[in-house]
Design a binder for this molecule. Structure first.
Ligand code: 0L1
Ligand code: MG
Length: 255
């Protein structure tokens, strides 16, 4: 019998102390239900320490991302206020194991959304859209994991930065993106890489959270998933995501 609460403690401690851990394999390999149960328990530990839920992240929403980590299903994780980095702010490498950054689209919800919805219904629940960057940091050694591992580890969620909000009618279906380190392009892509259109990620988020008795809450943020492969961060680097039509989003890594 697997001790899911103990596994939740292990992943939570790994994230809190920025320490790499081994995958859960053999008798401890996690199926999907077990993995999402572990994720819920590890986030409950954060909430017990005073963090607040502020939204949801979708992960592995592009082919490039799936290929990068060898996993082929969309996943979701939970965002807390402690993960948010101010736009233009700084990140301290000491709080991460091996962080990577990827450009995304963020949705701000104005109405609750849950279950099977159409793209139009999803858009009707949106208050605003913004360019965003996600910092992912798998707590597993060498960024190597199976599907159950990564779900248990909150879909590698560790930080997010949101740029300026725009009206929900803003067309974000196919925007060019350049991710730059110190002014040098390190990734290029389009928001169309996010399930063909980021609104599909919001539709998937509504469906997936409902499976766990949750809904996307008004005022919460949904990170729609990476539009390019994730780029490894290094001390001292200045990171800028340049998004066609909707502007830049930036932070720096403290040296
Ligand atoms: O946000 C993501 O797409 C990451 C999901 C987990 C896989 C990874 O750590 O790259
Ligand atoms: Mg992501």
């Amino acid at each position: 019998m697997k001790d899911l609460a103990h596994i939740a403690q292990v992943v939570d401690e790994a994230a809190r102390s920025a320490t790499a851990i081994a995958q859960f394999d053999g008798d401890n390999a996690l199926n999907l239900d077990e993995a999402y149960a572990v994720q819920a328990m590890s986030i409950a530990r954060r909430l017990d320490r005073g963090e607040r839920r502020v939204g949801v992240k979708m992960g592995l929403t592009s082919r490039q991302k799936m290929e990068q980590v060898g996993v082929s299903e969309v996943v979701w994780g939970r965002l807390t206020n402690a993960m948010r980095i101010e736009e233009g702010g700084a990140l301290d490498m000491a709080n991460y194991v091996h962080p990577r950054v990827e450009p995304e689209i963020a949705y701000l919800m104005k109405k609750p959304l849950s279950g099977d919805v159409s793209p139009l219904e999803a858009l009707d629940a949106v208050e605003a859209v913004a360019p965003a960057l996600e910092i992912i940091d798998s707590r597993y050694e060498n960024f190597k994991f199976a599907l159950g591992d990564v779900i248990a580890d909150n879909a590698s969620s560790s930080g997010f930065v949101v740029g300026n909000w725009h009206a929900p009618s803003t067309d974000v279906a196919n925007l060019g993106i350049i991710l730059k380190f110190d002014g040098r392009p390190v990734q290029m892509g389009s928001t169309a890489a996010i399930l063909g259109n980021p609104i599909r990620s919001l539709v998937a988020a509504a469906r997936m959270v409902a499976r766990w008795g949750e809904r996307l809450e008004p005022g919460s943020i949904v990170m729609a998933g990476g539009a390019t492969a994730a780029a490894p961060l290094a001390a001292g680097v200045h990171v800028c995501g340049e998004f066609q039509n909707v502007g830049n989003v930036e932070f720096r890594v403290a040296s």
